[in-house]
Design a protein around this ligand. Structure first.
Ligand SMILES: *Cc1c(COP(=O)(O)O)cnc(C)c1O
Length: 239
């Protein structure tokens, strides 16, 4: 085993232990939480090693990096999650490789993704990204729709050809009332998810939690945690 593969295996084992402990603490089953490894800024060779180590879900946040990586790893058994802010002119590219888009935050993007999915002959799983630090009608600095916009966006996704409404996602806010309290933000996301499922019962994905706050996310009911640096190492630059 290469040194890098051994390092990734060790990091993965540590993250796995954290998820398992968090599940035990929350009284949840381990299989109810999916680990999505965020590979942004790391090379396709790392993605391949992760696949060899049993990782099945990977995430990227920039199309220009993700598209070539997904192409280089097309033969690996991986689901690709797109988790970054998405310009409508990138929708077509993303629809070519992504299985899930976690960052749906405005009606224009729903329209663009739907057209792109149809054109690519693919179905895209979509999550509505919620921002807890924005006012009604705005999109947050790191993407995300205001909580009161979620329901209409979800309806739009559910009605769009080529898209499948899967659930909700958030990134713990750095500003606003929940700054420094990821658990509270995740609990609010869970409430939004519960309301969403009343209208769309199959939309049961709750994507929350990163390297620093995955325990809080599992406690609050996350079904998908998005973990980057704890598996791959600290990124040299903000990615
Ligand atoms: C980078 C990123 C993550 C992973 O963050 P880490 O702190 O490296 O675990 C999760 N979600 C999104 C949207 C990201 O951009």
């Amino acid at each position: 085993m290469s040194a890098r593969k051994a390092e990734l295996a060790e990091n993965l084992a540590r993250v796995e232990e954290r998820i398992e402990s968090a599940c035990v603490a929350a009284g949840r089953k381990r299989e109810d939480v999916t680990l999505v490894v965020v590979t942004k800024t790391y090379p396709a060779s790392d993605v391949r090693l992760l696949a060899e180590l049993g990782v099945r879900h990977v995430a990227e946040n920039r199309d220009q990096d993700a598209a070539p990586k997904a192409a280089a790893c097309a033969d690996a058994e991986l689901k690709w999650h797109f988790v970054g802010q998405l310009q409508t002119n990138k929708a077509r590219s993303v629809a070519g490789y992504a299985d899930f888009v976690h960052s749906v935050d405005r009606p224009k993007l729903v329209t663009a993704l739907s057209a792109a999915a149809v054109r690519n002959g693919r179905e895209l799983g979509c999550l509505v990204q919620v921002a807890f630090d924005v006012e009604s009608g705005d999109v947050g600095a790191r993407g995300g729709a205001a909580p009161d916009a979620v329901s209409a966006l979800a309806d739009a996704v559910a009605a769009a050809e080529g898209l499948r409404l899967e659930g909700v996602m958030t990134v713990a806010p750095l500003t606003g009332p929940y700054a420094g309290s990821p658990g509270q933000a995740f609990a609010r996301l869970r409430e939004i998810s519960t309301r969403l499922r009343a209208a769309h019962p199959a939309a049961n994905m709750v994507s929350a939690g990163m390297s620093s706050d995955l325990e809080e996310a599992v406690q609050a009911g996350a079904t998908h945690v998005r973990v980057g640096s704890a598996v791959l190492g600290d990124r040299p630059r903000l990615g």
